[in-house]
Design a protein around this ligand. Structure first.
Ligand code: SF4
Ligand code: SF4
Length: 472
């Protein structure tokens, strides 16, 4: 029985409801009166529910599909301006007791190098990340209660926040670890994490169980209900995601939106972010074995529809995707990207020897952070290293209400300019610096409130004098 406010996985992600939604979408994919009504609703930034959004996903009529793309671009501009928040993943350990068939860290993979960073290695890795200019990290670790217990993760977080190298600092640590208990989520909250991220991988229970044949992750309900436990533990910013390519994308799309509706119904606040990874080649993994792979065109449509269905939810894309794909989807709604990522355990402070490959997946975009920053600016975007909200206590429903009223923009824009200025002063190449300084100068005019603009200008001067970490 479908009930979005239920705390039981199979009720808030009801297979029957998804099946009925897909049938409804198929029946109505040429019902242009209904489609126009849904598009009109989306245009008012009211968001869409899973049924409405699924009808748009099924619709293939070119002028209406073009309208979806235009609308996504407009909503993106309205809520996120031309800013893109930067982050980097940091893999702590690839020890894992699960059997996920799409991930090279699965327990049966005996030829991948198994590694776990020591605290000394973390200091080296984080120093290297700070030296690139990163301020925001996403921690990744396999599930292994012996090698990676919660105490290890907490110790790593403490170490990361304590490293102050030159002008560098990691100001926000997001965490992507296996589903755990309310008590452990509370510990993560107390350690000062930003967002807790957990990918559902697939919402299709039967496929989920086949794709996770062994290990604790096999338990679909425990995994699917993790966000509720995280919120119960006090973490109010959570990040959802599916691994596109494992199951039919239309099914996943409906499930993802149902999960967002569930969080809103139960906790009064939807997901903070949605990630859109696609399955990639890796050690022991051939993506062609999974026959639900999606084209770049469908991927772009999914990104556009997520943008218009949940306008207030940030969207994340990683270096799994190429520069070309990233260019396309940044326009359509992506608000956060990783740059210069390593998907191996270690590898930032010194390259991993070839015989010790510990990568989780092949990276498509291999540019340096300086190159990514320059590319974004040349392409009309402001790379932002802002981490202000969580440090100012703007999380959960407080954050969402500022987002919905549009007030958050008064913070995001000057914060983007100030953090970019820090980047230019401390880490950028001469060419990047030149482009960035001109961009900041021009973008100052886009701060609507005079008072805010004056404060921002004053802070920019102080950054030139060597003071750091201003924020609105
Ligand atoms: S996806 Fe996560 S849980 Fe599964 S094998 Fe990889 S690291 Fe382990
Ligand atoms: S002000 Fe808040 S919402 Fe805006 S970029 Fe910074 S952290 Fe994100």
């Amino acid at each position: 029985m479908y009930n979005k406010a239920s705390l039981i996985a199979e009720e808030f992600i009801s297979h029957e409801e998804i099946t009925a939604t897909l049938a409804y979408a198929e029946e109505n994919k040429e019902n242009f009166a209904l489609i126009d009504e849904i598009l009109a609703k989306a245009e008012q930034c009211k968001g869409l529910d899973h049924r409405e959004a699924s009808v748009l996903l099924a619709c293939e009529e070119p002028t209406r599909v073009a309208r979806m793309y235009t609308m996504a671009e407009e909503l993106k501009k309205k809520f996120y301006g031309n800013r893109i928040v930067m982050f980097a993943p940091l893999y702590l350990s690839n020890y894992c007791i699960n059997g996920c068939v799409y991930c090279p860290y699965h327990m049966k993979n005996k030829h991948i190098a198994r590694k776990k960073l020591t605290q000394e290695e973390i200091v080296r890795e984080v120093t290297a990340l700070q030296d690139m200019g990163h301020k925001r990290l996403a921690l990744e670790a396999g599930e292994d209660p012996v090698n990676n217990p919660i105490e290890y993760i907490l110790e790593c977080i403490d170490t990361i926040y304590s490293i102050k190298h030159k002008n560098g600092a990691i100001r926000r640590v997001n965490v992507n670890i296996a589903a755990t208990t309310v008590e452990n989520y509370r510990k993560l909250k107390d350690a000062g994490i930003g967002t807790y991220i957990l990918f559902q991988e697939t919402y299709h229970k039967e496929s989920y169980e086949k794709l996770h044949p062994t290990g604790p992750k096999h338990d679909y309900a425990y995994h699917t209900e993790a966000m509720d436990r995280a919120m119960e533990g006090g973490i109010d910013d959570v990040g959802l995601g599916v691994l596109f390519g494992l199951e039919l994308y239309k099914y996943e799309f409906a499930g993802l939106l149902m999960h967002a509706e569930h969080l809103e119904a139960v906790h009064g606040v939807g997901p903070h972010t949605i990630s859109v990874p696609r399955i990639k080649r890796a050690d022991d993994i051939d993506p062609t074995v999974f026959d639900n792979g999606i084209s770049d065109e469908i991927f772009a449509k999914l990104c556009a529809l997520i943008r218009i269905s949940v306008p207030y939810t940030g969207m994340i894309i990683s270096t799994r995707e190429s520069k070309e794909v990233r260019e396309k989807v940044i326009r359509l709604g992506v608000s956060q990207i990783s740059g210069a990522s390593k998907t191996s355990v270690g590898g930032y402070s010194e390259p991993e020897p070839e015989e010790e490959n510990s990568e989780q997946f092949d990276v498509s975009d291999k540019r340096t952070l300086d190159e990514v920053v320059r590319w974004l600016m040349e392409f009309g975007y402001i790379p932002s290293f802002c981490t202000a909200c969580y440090r100012e206590g703007r999380t959960g429903d407080r954050f969402m209400s500022l987002c919905k009223s549009g007030q958050i923009q008064n913070c995001c824009h000057p914060n983007a300019l100030m953090t970019l200025k820090e980047y230019l002063m401390d880490y950028a190449s001469e060419e990047t610096k030149k482009i960035g300084e001109a961009l900041i100068e021009a973008e100052l005019n886009n701060i609507p409130k005079e008072k805010v603009r004056e404060i921002c200008e004053d802070h920019l001067k102080k950054i030139e004098e060597g003071i750091r970490d201003f924020r609105f």
